[in-house]
Design a protein around this ligand. Structure first.
Ligand code: UT7
Length: 358
C-alpha cells in the first residue's frame, strides 16, 4: 500500500490544496523522496441501462430538431430512457453486478455511497434502498455533486478507508435525467440519458491523486426541488419543475474546468498528461471533451467515449464508461486511468487511479 514517488519537497509544500497523505520523506542522492499511502483500488464494476433506446430521429418526431443538429453539436446519436423500470431497480442491478465482479458480498461492504441528483424517493435514500437489497447494514447515504458525483464519492471513500473507518466501499450512481428535463425544451432534453453504474473499491494500492472543486453559480444549471403540499405559510412561488441550463455558459466553464483539473491532478500524481493510459471524461459533449484535451495533444485513442450511445447520464456517465471498457478488457494491470468531470453547482474534479485488476 505504499506508493513511492520522487518529488521535489518544496513543490509539495507550495501546493494550495492538501498534498496526498504523506507517510515520510527522505533525502537520497541529493533529491527528496516522499512516501505516500494509496488508499483504494477498484475491485469490481457494474452497470445497468433502461431497455428503451431513443434515437435522435425518434426525438425529431415531436421536437423541432434533427439527428444532424444533435450529432454535430454534441456527438449523441441515442440515449436510454426509463419507461417501466424504477431507478431503484437499475441502481440495485448495477450494484449487484459490481459486487459479483469484485467477488464481494453485500454484508462485507463497510460504506455505501450513491451519487445522484434525485433518486425515486428522497427518503429512503437511494443508498439505503441499495443497502436493503444487498443485505447490508453499513452506513449508506446519497450525495449530490451533479455530474461530478462519482468523483466526490471516490474521494469520500478514500477518506473513510484512509482513516480506518472502512475497507470496502460500494459506490453507486444512478440518474433519471428523463424525469428532470422539460421534454418540450429542445435545448436540454436531447442531451441526456438515464442509467446506473457501480464500483466496489477496497483498501489497497490504486488511487494516485484526486482534486475536487466548486465554482458556485446558482443560475447556469438549475433544477428546483419539489415542495410539500398545502402550506398556509409558504410565500415563495414554486419554480418551474424542470431543468434550466444556459448551454453556452456551461460549455465555456466545462472546457476550462476539465483542462485545469487534468493539469492539477497530474501535478499531484507527479505525472504528465501524456503518462495517462486512459482518459474517462464526463460524457456531456464530444466538442467539450476535444476542446479541453486539445492543448495536451493526447492521442485520441486514449480518450474513451460512449456518448453517441448513452448521451449525458450525469454522475453515471463515467461509471458506465468504466464498466463498459473494463468488461471489454481494455485496461491492463498497472494502466493509469484519469477520470475528469464537471457539472451543476458548478462542480468539477479529477481522479487518477492505477488499474489493479488482472
Ligand atoms: O453535464 C453538464 C450539462 N450540460 C452541458 O454539458 C451543456 C454544455 N453546452 C453544450 O453542450 C452546448 O452549448 C449545447 C449542445 C447545449 C448547444 O450547442 P451550441 O453550439 O452552443 O448551440 P446554441 O445554444 O448556440 O444554439 C444554436 C442554435 C439556436 O438557434 P438560433 O438562436 O441560432 O436560431 C438554438 O435555438 O440551435 C438551436 N437549437 C437547436 N436546434 C435544433 C438548440 N437546441 C436545438 C436542437 N435542435 N435540439
Amino acid at each position: 500500500m505504499l506508493d513511492l514517488r520522487p518529488q521535489i519537497y518544496y513543490n509539495c509544500r507550495r501546493e494550495q490544496n492538501f498534498p496526498p497523505r504523506l507517510r515520510c520523506f527522505f533525502c537520497f542522492g541529493g533529491a527528496w523522496f516522499e512516501v505516500y499511502e494509496s488508499m483504494f483500488y477498484i475491485a469490481g464494476t457494474g452497470s445497468a441501462l433502461p431497455e428503451k433506446v431513443v434515437s435522435n430521429d425518434d426525438l425529431a418526431q415531436f421536437l423541432d430538431t434533427s439527428d444532424e443538429w444533435i450529432f454535430t453539436r454534441t456527438g449523441i446519436r441515442r440515449r436510454h430512457v426509463l419507461t417501466h423500470e424504477r431507478l431503484d431497480d437499475l441502481a440495485i442491478l448495477s450494484a449487484r453486478r459490481a459486487l459479483e465482479d469484485a467477488h464481494t458480498e453485500g454484508k462485507d461492504v463497510d460504506l455505501i455511497l450513491c451519487a445522484t441528483m434525485r433518486g425515486d424517493t428522497f427518503t429512503p435514500s437511494l443508498a439505503c434502498t441499495v443497502a436493503e437489497a444487498i443485505g447490508s447494514h453499513a452506513p449508506a447515504f446519497d450525495l449530490n455533486a451533479a455530474c461530478v458525483g462519482v468523483l466526490y464519492a471516490m474521494e469520500i471513500a478514500d477518506s473513510f478507508i484512509g482513516t480506518g473507518k472502512a475497507e470496502t466501499v460500494l459506490i453507486v450512481s444512478a440518474e433519471a435525467m428523463s424525469k428532470l428535463v422539460d421534454w418540450s425544451d429542445r435545448s436540454t432534453c436531447v442531451l441526456f440519458g438515464d442509467g446506473s453504474g457501480a464500483m466496489v473499491v477496497k483498501k489497497g494500492e490504486g488511487r494516485l491523486a484526486g482534486v475536487l472543486t466548486s465554482d458556485p453559480d446558482s443560475h447556469v444549471i438549475r433544477m428546483p426541488n419539489i415542495e410539500g403540499l398545502n402550506s398556509p405559510y409558504n410565500q415563495i412561488e414554486q419554480e418551474k419543475l424542470a431543468m434550466y441550463m444556459d448551454g453556452g455558459e456551461v460549455y465555456k466553464f466545462a472546457v476550462n474546468a476539465m483542462g485545469h483539473r487534468i493539469e492539477e491532478v497530474c501535478a499531484r500524481a507527479n505525472l504528465s498528461p501524456a503518462d495517462i493510459d486512459w482518459y474517462l471524461p464526463h460524457q456531456a459533449n464530444v466538442r467539450i471533451i476535444d476542446a479541453s484535451l486539445k492543448k495536451y495533444k493526447i492521442d485520441k485513442s486514449k480518450v474513451l467515449l460512449n456518448i453517441s450511445e448513452c448521451g449525458n447520464m450525469s454522475a453515471t456517465s463515467v461509471m458506465v464508461l468504466l464498466d463498459e471498457y473494463a468488461k471489454k478488457g481494455t485496461f491492463k494491470k498497472g494502466d493509469k486511468l484519469l477520470f475528469v468531470a464537471f457539472g451543476g453547482g458548478l462542480t468539477s474534479g479529477a481522479v487518477i487511479i492505477n488499474w489493479n485488476k488482472e
